[in-house]
Each structure stands twice: as C-alpha cells, then as structure tokens.
Design a protein around this ligand. Structure first.
Ligand code: ADP
Length: 371
C-alpha cells in the first residue's frame, strides 16, 4: 500500500506540476508576446490607451498565435519536467529490483553471504529486508551443512583408520586373525553403524524434518516408562536409581516416543558416567505453567569449561574415553532439539561432583489426585 500511495502521490504531483507550469507560462509568456505585437495598434485618446473595433479584429489572429506559442512552450517544459520526474521515480523502483535480481543470481550460484541495503520502508524495502533474512538463513544452513560434513568425515576417520590397520596387518600376516582381533573389528563396524544412525537422526532434527505426534501425556508415565526400561541396566552396574514423583497429575503435550528417547538418552548418560555404587535421582518440580524433570547423578560431573559445549554435536568431554564406551557425542544435541520442538528447554548443571540435567516443559493442565 505504501508504494501504491507513493506512486499515486508522484503521479498527482506530476499532473499538478504540469498544470502550474502551463498556467505560469501562459500567464507570463502569452501577454508579453501579444503586447509586443499590439504596441503599434494602440492609440492614446485623452491620455487613455485605446484599440478600435477594426484593430481588435485585426489583432485576434495575433492573440491566437501568441496562445499557440505559449502552449507549445508550456508543452515542451511540462514534457521535460514530467519525463524527468517519471524517469527518476522509475529508477527508484527499478534499482532495488535490479539489485534483488542480481543477488538472487549470486545465491543460485551458491554465494549466500550477501546483504542488500534496505532503502525506505515501503513494500520494496520490506522485500529487500525479507530477501536479506532469507539469504542469512540460507547462509546459516550452508554453514551448518559444511560443519556437519567436516564433523562426519572427522568421526569416520578413527574407526576407518583402525579397521585399515587391522586389515593391512591381516594381509601382511603381522596380526593374527583370532577371536580378539575379529571382535575388535566387529566393534568398529558396530560403531560405524551407530554413527550412521546418529547422523541420519541428527540431520533430521537439525533440519526440522520430523513431525511430532503430540497428545496429552502424563509426565509421571513418561518417567516411569523410561525407568522401567533402564532399571535392569542400572541394577547390573550397581547404580541406585530413585524416583521422587509428584502426587498430582501433570499433563504435557508430548510425543511419547520422542520424549522416551530424550529420557533414555539423559538417563543412559547418567548411568554411563556414574560409577558403580553411585546414585541417580529423578524428581519433578513445577510452577503454574511449567513442569521440570530433574535427573541428578553422583557421577564424574562435567568440568565448567566443557559445560557450555556438551549440547554441540560430536562434543565429548573426554574424547578417547567416550569413544571407547561407544558414545557418538550427538545424543544431547538430538535431545535438546526434541525438547525444544516440544516448546521446552534442556539444560545442564554440574559443580564438578555429579551432574544435573533439567527438562522443562509447558504444562497442558493438571489434576489433583484424590487419595
Ligand atoms: P555421548 O553419546 O558421547 O554420551 P552426548 O551428546 O549424550 O554424547 O553427551 C555429550 C558429552 O557430555 C558426553 O560425551 C559426556 O562427556 C558429557 N556428559 C553427558 N552426560 C553426562 C553426565 N551425566 N555426566 C558426565 N558427563 C556427561
């Protein structure tokens, strides 16, 4: 609408301008020409300038000629003024469109790091601003893609190098093909498999290429399902798993499978990084709008300098140790994306002795249980 108004005002000013210019020229030029022509026809009678009837008739064609000259002059001046004005207005519209067109070509050619100057707050200005946002988003996606490729190739290197060494050792006869070495090779292949699965899942969540089947779910049920699933592993390792759930029913809008995946990841980590004899406690706190699941362990803890990075993909606090235990370093990245897709947050705290992970989600509604 702004552009339409601007164009309408521009056209109106051009029309008004031409009318004023024509009027001024007619007022100033025509009398001058006409008077010059009629000077000799004027006679002075009793101190007054008079023109006889015959002289008037004789002067009429001269008036027409003066008018014609005036109109001709006015038309030329108006044409130049209106033409110049229209050219200038057109340029103002065409220039950003030309810039947009050449910028789109650059983007199509893979150059995303460009920004156009936003001039004016009309529709074209808005279009340029949206274009800049689009270019920024594409640039961001491209950076993520490149970083993912670099990370993936880095992650592939270690198991592939190990496998190559063993295979070459087999060929040269310097490594025996016994149960131990074959198990080692099998372990590397399994790790690659797990990595491939994680990468595919990661790319799905990072590009938001997944859908959630959200339904009202009881928060306690989500926790209890995950606890039931992992309890045998906790028992095997000798880590005590305790839950402290609220008596009231807190309902959240959640995709059961995805939230189960999040819980398994965080509880799985708690189990992995807590030595035998340690404890993992799950509790729930809430205010009017949000419920938070706290998973607290008495494990190794996370050093402060690593804490801000643990949600980054492929980040591991202890690279070699975590790799040896089969961690891919993307579990928390995926978990955070999934929690955020539910409108929640996933955060971590650690004072060096043990860690706390907190999943905070919006409450759909809650009911008080009668007991
Ligand atoms: P991984 O598959 O390596 O566990 P995650 O993304 O799940 O990948 O975790 C990233 C890193 O965060 C882990 O490698 C580990 O160093 C650290 N971490 C996660 N949870 C815990 C925990 N409960 N205690 C100590 N460190 C943890």
């Amino acid at each position: 609408m702004k552009l339409q108004r601007q164009l309408f005002l521009a056209q109106l000013s051009a029309i008004l301008g031409s009318l004023i210019v024509t009027g001024l020229i007619l007022l100033l030029v025509v009398p001058t020409i006409y008077l010059r022509e009629t000077d000799e026809q004027v006679t002075v009678v009793n101190g007054q300038e008079t023109v006889s009837v015959e002289q008037r008739e004789e002067l009429a064609p001269r008036l027409d000629a003066a008018l014609l000259v005036g109109l001709g002059l006015a038309s030329i001046v108006t044409l130049l003024l209106v033409g110049g004005f229209s050219w200038w207005t057109g340029r103002k519209i065409i220039e950003p469109i030309r810039a947009l067109s050449s910028a789109s070509k650059s983007i199509a050619g893979g150059r995303y790091d460009l920004t156009l100057d936003v001039v004016g707050d009309d529709e074209i200005g808005e279009l340029v601003a949206h274009f800049n946002n689009m270019a920024r988003a594409l640039h961001q996606t491209e950076q993520t893609r490149l970083k993912l490729l670099a990370d993936v190739s880095h992650e592939l290197k270690t198991p592939l190098a190990t496998m190559k060494v063993y295979l070459e050792g087999f060929q040269d006869g310097v490594i025996a093909q016994d149960a131990r070495t074959l198990a080692l090779l099998h372990g590397e292949v399994t790790r690659l498999e797990k990595l491939a699965r994680s990468i595919s899942e990661l790319s799905q969540v990072e590009s938001h290429a997944f859908t959630l089947d959200c339904q009202p779910r009881e928060i306690n049920t989500i926790i209890e399902t995950a606890v039931a699933y992992l309890s045998p592993q906790f028992d095997d390792k000798g880590v005590h798993l305790k839950t402290d759930l609220p008596p009231e029913t807190l309902m959240i809008n959640a995709d059961h499978d995805r939230m189960h995946q999040v819980m398994l990841n965080i509880l799985g980590n708690a189990l992995q990084y807590t030595p035998s004899g340690g404890r993992v406690q799950i509790s729930v706190s809430h205010n009017r709008d949000r419920a938070s699941i706290h998973i607290i362990d008495t494990g190794t803890g996370i050093p402060a300098e690593h804490l801000p990075h643990i949600f980054e993909r492929f980040y591991r606090v202890d690279q070699s140790r975590t790799r040896a235990t089969g961690g891919t370093g993307v579990g928390l990245t995926i978990a955070r994306h999934l929690v955020e897709a539910h409108g929640g947050t996933l955060t971590a705290h650690s004072d060096g002795q043990g860690s706390e992970f907190m999943i905070s989600l919006p409450i759909l509604y809650r009911t008080h249980n009668q007991s």
